[in-house]
Design a protein around this ligand. Structure first.
Ligand code: KG4
Ligand code: ZN
Length: 362
């Protein structure tokens, strides 16, 4: 069976055709990079408008590239959330209209679960239970996956997502939007031990927190003070030489990534996991991959990543997940779902609490 995937949760308009649960026939990603670059971040209203403009041609391109027609498609799979609500509504409305007018069944899937599925799609033989880590511009989340589709919440960021922190550090270092990958490039020429930035480990005992929570606001502020100097001894950030910028980038990366690696390995040990999967945009980072490979080898936990092109937002993982769910949970194939912005509506999830919401209440 062929599944047409549609993804519009943030700033990529994407459509893909997948055969069965994992064979990708096409995966078109229409990036909005140019649109948001001058603002240094995604502008929701502009994102929605661009989705409206390009969604129809993106779907046509995905069908063309796969060499198939809409009449060959057996299922439409669309991201229903979480994400920017206006952006999601474009994909959900388009997907429902397409499915209804062509008489094709439709399923709505979760964006975060689609990131987890991207690792399953790219690798054979992942052992369960597994620890799942999602690291992107919007999410930093750790799950116990009893099996694929059965999750227990372990922790998440109480403030910034790790990808978001990387993009802000990039701005501090004078790098353009979208900074995460540029920090990685700059860091390649730096010494990760030259500057000892703080690691937010948030161990057991911190009030109201899970030992598996994360925090990136403090690290971001430490980089800010390092670059701009402290009150009383301000620095002219423009005078920082290239060697020090590279050291800052390298020092930032290890400080940001160490808690991710350590907590994934702690969780693997606590829950006797057979493997770990690391996905989302930041999982494309080679330093992160190398740190996970080393720690995984030391702890005897194989670590799996998505193929690099499936790291950032894309519709192939959405099509694959839709096909996977439709085969096991046929009652989920229905067009009665709505778009939702917040993560809390994740399917089959135990123990979820929003670490950001708890923090705001105090
Ligand atoms: O998964 P994604 O495309 O979108 C969200 O769901 O957020 O992730 C985008 C994030 C951005 O913060 C971007 O800077 C980061 O992933 N990213 C990277 C790398 N490639 C993308 N961060 C560090 N190193 C990379 N190579
Ligand atoms: Zn994403």
């Amino acid at each position: 069976m062929l599944t047409l995937g549609v993804e519009t949760s943030c700033d990529e308009t994407s459509a893909a055709v997948v055969e069965g649960e994992r064979r990708i026939l096409s995966n078109i990603v229409a990036s909005q990079f140019d649109l948001h670059a001058r603002y240094g971040g995604v502008v929701p209203e502009l994102a929605c408008r661009r989705h409206v403009e390009v969604i129809s041609q993106t779907v046509d391109s995905a069908l063309d590239e796969a060499g198939v027609a809409m009449s060959d498609v057996g299922l439409v799979s669309v991201v229903k959330g979480p994400g920017l609500i206006g952006a999601l509504l474009v994909g959900v409305s388009f997907g429902k209209a397409l499915a209804r007018s062509r008489g094709v069944p439709i399923i709505g899937v979760n964006h975060v679960e689609a990131h987890l599925y991207s690792a399953v799609m790219s690798n054979e033989g992942i052992g369960f239970p597994a620890i799942g880590l999602v690291v992107s511009g919007g999410h930093t989340m750790l799950f116990l996956m009893e099996d694929f589709g059965v999750y227990r919440w372990l922790g998440g960021t109480v403030d910034d997502a790790v990808g978001e922190a990387g993009d802000k550090v990039a701005t501090l270092l004078g790098l353009p939007y979208l900074g995460g990958p540029l920090v990685e490039k700059l860091a390649a020429g730096g010494n990760p031990r030259a500057i000892d930035f703080p690691r937010a480990m948030m161990r057991r005992g911190n009030a109201g927190q899970s030992p598996y929570d994360f925090s990136y606001a403090g690290l971001k502020t430490a980089v800010l003070y390092h670059v701009k100097g402290y009150a009383g001894s301000p620095r002219d950030a423009t005078l920082i030489d290239d060697a020090e910028r590279a050291d800052i980038a390298a020092g930032y990366q290890v400080a940001a990534f160490e808690p991710l690696v350590k907590k994934t390995m702690w969780a693997a040990e606590e829950f006797a996991a057979q493997s770990a999967v690391v996905c989302g945009g930041v999982s494309r980072n080679e330093t992160l991959r190398a740190m996970f490979a080393d720690a995984g080898a030391e702890c005897g936990v194989p670590v799996y990543f998505p193929a690099k092109e499936l790291g950032t937002d894309n519709a192939a993982m959405v099509a694959g997940l839709g096909a996977w769910r439709a085969a096991r949970f046929p009652d989920q194939v229905a067009d009665d779902f709505d778009a939702f912005p917040n993560f809390s509506a994740f399917d089959s999830l135990e123990g979820y609490r929003d670490p950001r919401a708890r923090r705001k209440k105090k």
